[in-house]
Design a protein around this ligand. Structure first.
Ligand code: PEP
Ligand code: MG
Length: 847
């Protein structure tokens, strides 16, 4: 037998052979590591990427030389080996070399049954996978025997117009070519690119002598792993089956053995205790040497154990975290490695319930995944119905065309929210993320009949109020019925990973939190403070909404003051409790931002209700609603423009903030509130508001006889504010970039309507991605840089941050870190994502 170590693209895998991940792929490299651990790996040869690429175009070296590497007349297998095991590849081919002669020899050595089984398996796989014949006549027979074997051979000859190839070199040549071509197919390319493979990713192959797993004596195959892929905790799982090959044991049909002792049936631990012990030792060795939790594929051939392959254990996000942390805690990898191994984007799955990924899904429709997590409930079509449903203790999913501020209460009451329109920064998406409610937006595949309380899906299914659905806000899918959900996993492993990330990162992470519940979540997920409290969301509770509306309808300054005087204690209470929850951490409160008409009803019934609540004639109410309507409200009377024209609102809010500061500081950690002015575009706006707020502070100090500090900052969310940041910064202690509005205004793109054409724009490469989703580094990013530089010029050491939805995205965090920002602020559920991403950035690029 010729045993050269490297013949024209074929390399025998030995402990010292030149096997490289970038030339031979992960499987070949892994097998070499197993060999270095003295594991019983059958003879293996690796074929490098360029040789495999040659096979695809019908070239390639002499296969007789390859076959010479193995025992004469032995059977071999071929498996794919790309650079990452995640990228997939063509299915394995077993029993290559099986022909009439091998059949006769094996029948003599191992019995006719084994020979028939091996030959039948090979013909069946070759016909379907390599010759690509109609699969039906080649189904693997239940009990292969001489008759079924003959039928398979005849079927092959009939369908292929050629007898079944008998020459092992020809069989191998056809297999290698077919695998190489399968790798080049467009579908395979798209699938692997979706998993991060570069366009020119290569395929290597490993050719291995078969440990047959069938025949007399104990023969079989199995799969074993030592941790659960669902929890990541130590647990031996897998199966073994006598007279089987490959991963057949995992089919779990009759005759499969459990691995560990099990009340449900016989186990390998009892039947073959020595093999079981050997596997346990091999598993520990593999974990230590490969620095990973591995699944071993093994075969037993006449009582002898062979390890055929090892793959990283398939895992969900929560198991991924525990495995990484446990490997680091047991000294197998470093903490830095553990942090680098967890994808930050996978963390929200741990914070929310999740649809069990292992089960089949009945997908009704798909929209944009806008807020992660999963929930099951009965469909409701109005916020009122959602509240009624919650009052009855019934879980519901709110389905709306889009949501408006008056739906916030309904969203609060619902377990999940679906909107037909909208994108990732639409009202529904932003609010749902803040509330931690799973949400799917832009579900344009449904026809919604809100009045009839029903919607129809693309495949014609009619769903009505009360029907049960499950919403998966992580994938954007909405499923029929109640899917099985996995509970959140805020466990010790997660907490440990967050501690390590906190010690590593060099940029701050705060949360956007508007309500007390959100603030509690912010604290729970370890936010260093609140970077944005959108105060308007505090006015949507039933009692406040009415007072707010009274304020809006006030005819005289006196009436307006009276309404504001009633709102003041409510706000003071809100802020005091917010400060208490955040225990001395910074809290940045943004003054009132939205246009006033958002607080007014738009439907006929709503107007009637309001007229009776305010004791006003209906026409008066309608007139006022009409008078406040704007053609372009997002560019109209909102933010600081309201603050300047109706100054009493900001004064009331400042008053409430300062009084709450004194009250909270008296009981707990000292509070230094941060007050932020929205939608600024001119320095004079800041001067005017600052003068008034300073005056309120002075008045409260005198009233209460207590001193306190506060800082006043500006939200940079108009392009002009970024450009004029130098003069604006002269009046501001901090600048916080609101990238939602900044993106809207930089592109001239409506946050609420862009989803209509966003898909086409991204598909045709006009935009790299939805800029509301991924920060536009070129355009909006340039404004951020200009704003930051000019802001620093206006005031040295000014605190810089970002508080738009982009704040939790790793790419934006990298940008902000490079630009020297002090912190990012994002929805509470993205705080862990941001922390881990920030730690990874520091680890990858320390300065
Ligand atoms: C922003 O515009 O980026 C922002 C954070 O404010 P809002 O989303 O409330 O407009
Ligand atoms: Mg804004």
């Amino acid at each position: 037998m010729q045993k050269e170590s490297n013949i024209s693209g074929f390399t025998r895998v030995t402990d010292k052979a030149p096997i490289h991940l970038s030339h031979h792929g992960a499987r070949a490299k892994c097998l070499q590591r197993l060999i270095r651990l003295s594991m019983p790996v059958p003879e293996t040869v690796a074929i490098d990427f360029s040789t495999v690429a040659d096979f695809a175009v019908g070239r390639g070296p002499d296969l007789a030389a390859l076959l010479d590497q193995f025992e004469p007349q032995s059977l071999i297998s071929v498996r794919p080996s790309s650079e990452s095991t995640e990228w997939g590849g063509p299915g394995a081919m077993l029993n290559i070399g099986m022909n009439d002669i091998a059949h006769a020899t094996i029948a003599k050595q191992r019995g006719a049954k084994a020979a028939d089984a091996l030959y039948a398996r090979f013909i069946s796989a070759f016909a379907i996978q390599v010759s690509r014949l109609d699969p039906e006549p080649f189904a693997y027979p239940n009990e292969p025997d001489t008759k079924t074997l003959k039928a398979l051979l005849e079927a092959y000859e009939l369908e292929a117009d050629d007898p079944f190839p008998q020459d092992p070199a020809r069989q191998l040549a056809d297999i290698l070519k077919s695998m190489a071509r399968a790798w080049e197919s467009t579908t395979a390319r798209l699938l692997r690119q979706a998993k991060g493979a570069p366009p020119d990713a290569g395929l290597g192959l490993v050719v291995q002598q078969m440990a047959l797993g069938v025949g007399e004596g104990e023969c079989g195959s199995g799969v074993i792993q030592f941790v659960s892929g669902t929890t990541g905790r130590p647990q031996i799982t897998g199966r073994y089956k006598s007279q089987s090959q490959g991963r057949e044991a995992l089919n779990r049909d009759e005759g499969t053995l459990y691995l560990t002792r099990d009340a449900r049936g016989p186990a390998l631990e009892d039947e073959l205790p020595e093999v079981f012990q050997q596997l346990k030792v091999q598993g520990q060795n593999a974990r230590r040497a490969l620095r990973e939790e591995m699944q071993l594929e093994f075969a037993i051939d006449r009582q002898r154990l062979f390890v055929l392959d090892a793959l990283p254990v398939q895992r969900n996000s929560r198991a991924g975290v525990r495995i990484a942390v446990d490997l680091a805690k047991s000294g197998v990898i470093s903490k830095a490695d553990a942090m680098m191994r967890v994808d930050p984007a996978s963390l929200p799955e741990l914070l929310h319930p999740q649809v069990n990924p292992g089960l089949a899904r009945d997908v009704l429709f798909k929209g944009i995944a806008a807020s992660p997590g999963a929930a099951t409930g009965r469909i409701v079509f109005s916020s009122g119905a959602a509240q009624a449903s919650a009052a009855r203790g019934e879980a519901c999913i709110l389905v709306r065309r889009e949501t408006a501020p008056e739906d916030v209460r309904g969203m609060h009451a619902a377990k999940g929210v679906v909107t037909e329109r909208g994108g990732v920064t639409s009202h529904a998406a932003v609010i749902a993320r803040g509330l931690g409610v799973p949400c799917v937006v832009g579900a344009s595949g449904i026809q919604l009949h809100q009045k009839k309380k029903q919607f129809q899906t693309n495949d014609g299914r009619l769903m009505e109020e009360g029907d049960l659905i499950t919403l998966d806000g992580s994938s954007g899918e909405v499923l029929a019925g109640a899917a099985e959900l996995l509970e959140p996993a805020l466990d010790d492993a997660f907490a440990e990973l967050m501690r390590w990330a906190d010690n590593e990162r060099d940029i701050g992470v705060r949360a956007n939190a508007d309500t007390l519940d959100e603030a509690r979540n912010a604290a729970l997920f370890g936010a260093e403070g609140i970077g944005l409290c959108r105060t308007e969301h505090m006015f949507f509770d039933e009692d406040r909404l009415t007072v707010m509306r009274e304020m809006i309808f006030a005819e005289t300054g006196e009436d307006r003051h009276a309404a504001l005087d009633r709102l003041l204690p409510m706000q003071r209470n809100d802020f005091r409790r917010l400060f208490e929850i955040m225990k001395g951490h910074s809290v940045c409160i943004r003054l009132f931002d939205p246009p006033l008409h958002e607080f007014l009803p738009h439907s006929k019934e709503g107007i009637l209700e309001l007229a009776s609540a305010l004791d006003l004639p209906v026409p008066d109410v309608s007139r006022r609603v009409e008078a406040l309507a704007e053609f372009n409200p997002m560019l109209g009377m909102r933010g600081v423009r309201l603050g300047i024209t109706v100054p009493e609102i900001y004064e009331m809010q400042a008053h409430a903030i300062f009084e709450a500061t004194i009250d909270a500081s008296a009981k707990g950690a000292p509070v230094v509130p941060e007050i932020m002015i929205p939608l600024v575009s001119a320095k004079r706006e800041v001067e005017l508001v600052k003068t008034r707020i300073d005056a309120v502070a002075a008045a409260v100090r005198i009233e209460r006889g207590i001193d306190f500090e506060y800082s006043l900052g500006v939200m940079v969310e108009t392009p002009r504010a970024a450009l004029r940041a130098e003069e604006i910064a002269a009046h501001a202690d901090f600048l916080s970039f609101g990238t939602n509005d900044l993106t809207q205004m930089t592109y001239g793109l409506s946050r609420d309507d862009a989803s209509r054409f966003m898909g086409a724009y991204v598909q045709q490469g006009v935009y790299r991605e939805d800029p509301f989703h991924l920060l536009d580094l070129d355009g909006v990013g340039e404004l951020l840089k200009i704003g930051a530089d000019r802001g620093r010029r206006g005031r040295a050491g000014i605190v810089l941050s970002i508080c738009g939805e982009h704040g939790g995205d790793p790419e934006s965090i990298s940008f902000c870190r490079d630009a020297g920002f002090d912190y990012v602020s994002c929805s509470p559920f993205r705080v862990p994502v941001a922390k881990l991403a920030a730690a990874q950035l520091k680890l990858a690029c320390p300065d």
